[in-house]
Design a protein around this ligand. Structure first.
Ligand code: MG
Length: 272
């Protein structure tokens, strides 16, 4: 989930114990992603996905972070095709061949939160749409590579923008990442583009949810009447990839929302 927060000059640091719990929360989120990739097939509804995700999270003795958050009614945000973020699962939204679905999920384990999203192709998806998925995931990994102790938050944001420029897709600016851990959304907001403000310096113990969103067409988005679902104004498809990461004592980023066995990337770059 990505929302607007005010920018802050500080990012909180988690203790070793906090990080241990966040690793577990991240592992549960990664298990939900793996289950969603298995389940997201033609004929399955977004409500089916939501029920399965909530059951898995509760079996793992965690809580679905999004459920009840500012009144959000579900465990997952499920955003099909032109829906960018914050789609609400329902029985009427049935996946069909050629769809893409962004699944965003948070898990709270013993009070600590991890948050991550991915966009899943359903059946056979056309190449132009697949390129949006690939570009968005590439932007996520480019920004994670900049999430190092001693770098500034603007370096993380800039890597998303730079990747976007090489593809020339719409870059959603209204939503972005955030610090995460004690709460779902901690300050500061992480823009997916340079603002000219370098922001706080990254330090060991910072935990960030980085989440680029790219659209095939316009970057203009609209919120539907349900007050949640964000769609592209031109109806073009949109992708969303997010990981929760930790800045380690060694200074680099550890992805907390991957399975230890991977896969670490779903859409490795294919361009020459
Ligand atoms: Mg988020």
């Amino acid at each position: 989930m990505g929302i607007q927060l005010s920018s802050s000059t500080k990012i909180n640091k988690k203790s070793r114990h906090d990080i241990k719990l966040m690793r577990q929360a991240g592992l549960i989120v990664a298990k939900v992603h793996a289950l969603m990739r298995e389940m997201a097939k033609p004929g399955v509804s977004t409500l089916d996905l939501d029920i399965a995700a909530e059951a898995l999270i509760r079996e793992e003795k965690a809580l679905p972070t999004f459920k009840g958050y500012h009144g959000f009614p579900a465990t997952l945000c499920t955003s099909i095709n032109d829906r960018v973020v914050h789609g609400i699962p329902c029985a009427e939204d049935v996946l069909k061949d050629g769809d893409i679905i962004s699944v965003d999920v948070g898990a709270t384990y013993q009070g600590m939160v991890a948050d991550a999203a991915l966009t899943i192709p359903v059946g056979k998806v056309d190449e132009a749409t697949m390129r949006v998925l690939q570009a968005t995931e590439e932007a996520l990994y480019a920004s994670i590579a900049q999430a190092r102790a001693g770098n500034y938050l603007e370096d993380v944001s800039g890597a998303v923008e730079d990747t976007n420029l090489t593809y020339n897709f719409g870059l959603v600016k209204e939503y972005g990442g955030h610090s995460v851990g004690y709460k779902l959304h901690e300050e500061p907001f992480i823009h997916n583009y340079r603002t000219g403000v370098r922001g706080p310096m990254l330090q060991a113990g910072n935990t960030l949810a980085i989440e680029p969103m790219f659209c095939m067409g316009t970057d203009k988005v609209i919120t539907l009447e349900d007050g949640w679902t964000v769609v592209t104004s031109d109806g073009s498809p949109s992708a969303h990839f997010e990981h929760t990461i930790l800045i380690t004592e060694e200074g680099d980023a550890e992805i907390l929302t991957c399975l230890p066995s991977g896969p670490f990337r779903y859409f490795p770059p294919t361009k020459a």
